[in-house]
Each structure stands twice: as C-alpha cells, then as structure tokens.
Design a protein around this ligand. Structure first.
Ligand code: DON
Length: 558
C-alpha cells in the first residue's frame, strides 16, 4: 500500500515538475503559488474566468482564510506589492495597528519587566486587524470582477469543507492544548483531526457572506464587529469597535533599489523587509558571489556579515514612519553601506558585539503566508499576510470561526528585550496608540533590464528577509531554475543572537566546522525550516513557478 502511495506521489511530482517546475512550458500564461492547493486553484479559477491578478489576490486571500487557519486570515494584516503590466507599481500597507487604548508599557509589570507571553497569547496580544479593509481596498482600486464573485469560492470551501492535510493535522495536534487552555474544551480546533478529514466552518462562511454583501461594513460593524470585540475583550483585549471602524489601509511608495541589472521593488516601512533587503544586496554587490558558488563557505560568510550589519540597524532605527523619523537617507546611502562592510574580514567572523552590543534568543515558527500571482496581461502580485505566530493569539471566536492575531508582539515591549523571533527593538518600535508594529515581511517583485523577472516572498518571522535575499541570488547569480531556487537549503543570521542558523542536515559538517574555526557560531538545531518561498519567474518570456517543498505549497499554472 505504502509503495502504491509512493508511486502515485512520484508520478504526481514528476508531472507537476514537467508542467510547473523546472521544465519550462511556453504555454503557461500565469498562475498562482500559495501555501495550499485549494487556494492556488481558487486564484487560477478567477484568472480563467477573466479576472486579473488583483481579482485573483482577493479570491486567494479569502480562500486561505478558510483552508489555512494557521496564517491565512481575515483578522490579521499584511503587505501587498504589485506591478502592472505597463511597469507602474505600488504597495498597500494593511498591517495591524495598536488599539487606541494601548500604551508604551502595556506588557510590563510594576517593576518594569516584560510579563512573559502577555504580547503572545490571549486577548491583549491582538492588534487591530487590517486584512479585510486591505483586501477590499485592493479590489476597489485594481479589481475588475464583483467582490461577491471573488469571495464565493471561499464561502463554498467554508460551507462544503476541505480535506485537512497531514502537515496541518500535525500542526493542529501540536497546538491543541493551548487552544483548549485559551478557549475551553469545546473550542472548534480542539477536535482530533486526521489527515483527509473534511473541515467545514459554517460560522466563517456566514462572515464571508456578510463581507461579500456589505464590503468592509460587513466586518467592522453589525454582529460581526460585536462578535470580534466581545470575543477579544472576554480574553483581556483592549480593542474596541471604534478601533475597527477607524482602521485604514495605506497606499505607500514601494521601496525600490538597483542591484546590477535588476530593479527590486519591495515593501517599505512599517516593514523592515525592503530596507534590509536593500542594505544586504548593496553590501554584497561589490563581490563576485557567482564565482564563489552557491552555499560555499565564502558566499555564506559574505551574506552572513551583510545580514548581521543590516539587522543591527533594523533594531535601532526602524519603526512606523507615521510615528518616527527613520534616517532612510543615511541607512540606504551607498557610502554608509560601503563603510558598514569595511570591517569585514575573510579570515575571521566580526562578532555581533562589535557591530552593536546586546543579547538575544531566537525562536522560529513558520506561520505567516506568502502568495505570488501573475496574470496573462503581465500584472504581478506579491502578498505576505499573517496572524503573526501560528494561529495568532490562539484566541478563537466561535461566532465568526477564526483566530485573532498576536501581532502586538512585533512591537518592542521594552528596549533590548527580544520578541518571540528574538528580534531586539528600540524606541522607534515602541507601542503607541494606532501605531503599526515593525514587520519583516518582504513581498517583492524584481525587474531585469526593465522587464518583469521574479515575484517572491516568504513566511518565517525574522528569517523572511534572509530567505528572500537567498532566493533572489539563487535565481540571478547561481542561475538555478525556480523550483531549485525555492527548495535550496537556507541559513540565517540576524545579528543577535550571534549565530548562524542552518537548516539541519543540509550542509556539509566540514563547512560548518570551517566556519566555527574562524569564529562563527554555526547551529543546526534551533530551527527546522527557514522560510517557505513561493515564487514565479519570467525569464526571456518563459514563465515557471516554484512552490516551496517545505509546506503544502502548491503552484497552479494556466
Ligand atoms: O511581520 C512580521 O515580521 C511577523 N509578524 C511575521 C511572522 C511570521 O512570519 C511567522 N512565521 N514564521
């Protein structure tokens, strides 16, 4: 039986390889790559029905909210980067923000220490959601098909159910106890699911219908808003309906920069993604990384030293630009960037303490979600959206069938104290009412010689930026096909802690030993996977799609 299953899997894999993987097919006009097959299929259905990439974004997003409860959402937030077929581009920030009643020391006890988990589990961790407002804004500006038509596939999935995957079951099992602790024994996801079980979510279907009919009012007013507010307040949240009504997504200029003959279009503040990517790519640009080879000691050293320096700046200077002055003209200045790398020495690691002192820990969970879309006109969409941790704050609201985010943990609760990703922050990222917490999400679109080249992004908390960084280099410098580029083994350094995390059992032990010999902390054990990149490549007019093997991620072309 196992052998037959394996054979079926192999055939499926080989076929998908031929159609969407490394072997390019000139027939491909576009497609959707997302964390779940159902969601990618929904997006492509909309493309086939004549919708554009922006219509497909809306449909894919709502479908993910149903079939990917760990991160897909209507109660979180995200960032949207787009590039129209004519080359114009933009971004939408629909990041969560702090409730009006929030304040700087929200998570500190009476002697000024951070109260463990307060910003991570339970109602107080919840930021004002931005996803529904953001998605509707995208539809209003760029969509072509009626909103109700784009939400209908998600309603169908919620009503008729979807088959839960093996990976989802093991994730749900891992969190069951916390779900019960936060929501009681009868909570929806406390059930003992098995792979292949059909999950129906009629409560969520009802909310989606409300949004399909009434737009944003279907979410921020009436019974849905009442359920959100009373649900989170019961578990200690300070969010009010006024917060929901006052929330507005913001169109922002993309963060763009050049690397050789590439133009990178990425997300600016309140995400650190574009800025750090810009710094890291410019730091390595003077070196010939192609000749060093993929994941060699030299290329790893170079990239790690760039990563350290950039994450140090992130911790000190970056925050919501509507609240703090961020010295971008300095941080992205070529002389400044060159000077930052001047201490780099091939013969020994630069200790993080010499870049900026501090201490930290690092914890990885892989629970954000990215999707990439290309339509047959050439419009490109790159979206990363999240509840932050897996299933957000774990607060599940029965009436609306969803988990609430725990995005408040992305603020710096106290200068120098690491958040759940081990990231240190400072006053630039301190909590203030209505301020947006600093993110690492890096939805990105890349042009080569003025033409659309690459659409990509990843989940992975602090590892998002380094995952995107490595994948761009895999494609551009190492000429890997897209599937190989997203699957390639990854490593990560975020300045503090002063160690390189490697995906386990993927790197030659001699390479790790050589790095240790010159002063690097090289660790394999702390994180099982680094990022899940979903990408689309357009190379000389040929479209190929890459869905990361690390999850249930699926590429569907059309
Ligand atoms: O915005 C951020 O940077 C985080 N909230 C992203 C969280 C994430 O990627 C979780 N998955 N590992």
């Amino acid at each position: 039986m196992k052998n037959i299953q394996r054979l079926i899997k192999t055939c499926f894999f080989v076929l998908s390889f031929v159609f969407i993987g490394c072997k390019p097919s000139t027939k491909i006009k576009g497609g959707v790559v997302s964390a779940m097959p159902y969601a990618s299929e929904v997006g492509v259905k909309i493309l086939k029905a004549g919708g554009n990439a922006y219509d497909a974004m809306v449909a894919t997003n709502f479908a993910l909210a149903v079939v990917y409860p760990v991160a897909g959402n209507i109660t979180g937030g995200g960032f949207f980067v787009y590039r129209n077929a004519d080359g114009s581009s933009g971004t939408l920030d629909y990041r969560e923000q702090a409730p009006e009643k929030a304040f700087k020391d929200l998570y500190l006890d009476e002697v000024g220490n951070v109260i463990p988990k307060k910003s991570i589990v339970g109602g107080l961790a919840v930021g004002v959601p931005g996803t529904v407002a953001g998605t509707i804004e995208i539809h209003k500006k760029l969509g072509t098909l009626p909103l109700s038509m784009l939400i209908q596939p998600a309603i169908d999935l919620a009503e008729n159910g979807y088959a839960v995957t093996e990976k989802q079951v093991s994730s749900l099992n891992g969190y069951r106890e916390v779900f019960i602790e936060v929501n009681g024994p009868d909570t929806f996801y406390a059930k003992d699911f098995k792979a292949g079980d059909i999950i129906k979510n009629p409560a969520l279907a009802k909310v989606l219908r409300e949004i399909a009919t009434n737009g944003i009012e279907g979410f921020n007013s009436g019974w849905v808003a009442e359920a959100v507010v009373s649900g989170v307040q019961t578990s200690g949240c300070i969010l009010t309906q006024k917060d929901l009504v006052n929330y507005k997504p913001k169109w922002r200029d993309p963060l763009t920069f050049f690397y050789k003959d590439l133009k990178v279009i990425s997300m600016g503040l309140p995400s650190s993604g574009g800025i750090c990517l810009n710094q890291m790519m410019k730091m390595i640009e003077p070196y010939n990384i192609k000749d060093m080879g993929h994941n060699t000691q030299k290329s790893i050293q170079l990239m790690v030293e760039a990563e350290k320096r950039s994450y140090a700046d992130r911790s000190e200077f970056l925050g919501d630009p509507d609240f703090v002055q961020v010295p971008l003209n300095i941080l992205l200045d070529s002389v400044y960037i060159k000077k930052k790398m001047s201490g780099f020495d091939w013969t020994k690691a630069t200790p993080s303490s010499e870049i900026k002192p501090g201490d930290s820990y690092y914890f990885e969970s892989d629970e954000t979600t990215h999707f990439s879309i290309l339509d047959d006109h050439g419009n490109a969409v790159s979206v990363t959206t999240t509840l932050n941790g897996a299933y957000g704050s774990k607060v599940f609201i029965d009436e609306i069938g969803v988990f609430m985010n725990n995005e408040m943990d992305d603020f710096s609760s106290k200068p120098g104290v690491p958040n759940m990703f081990g990231l240190i922050g400072n006053l630039a990222n301190a909590i203030e009412p209505k301020k947006r917490m600093l993110s690492s999400m890096t939805p990105t679109i890349v042009e080569k010689k003025g033409e659309l080249y690459l659409i990509l992004g990843s989940p992975g908390g602090s590892t998002i930026i380094t995952s995107v960084f490595q994948t761009i280099l895999n494609v551009y410098e190492h000429n890997f096909p897209i599937q190989k580029s997203v699957n390639a083994s990854r490593f990560h350094h975020q300045w503090l802690p002063d160690s390189i995390t490697f995906e386990p059992n993927k790197f030659d032990p001699r390479l790790l030993q050589n790095l240790k010999n010159i002063g690097y902390n090289a660790e394999e054990k702390k994180s099982k996977i680094i990022g899940k990149v979903d990408a689309i490549l357009v190379n000389d007019g040929i479209i190929t799609l890459g869905a990361d093997y690390r999850g249930d991620d699926t590429a569907v072309a059309y």
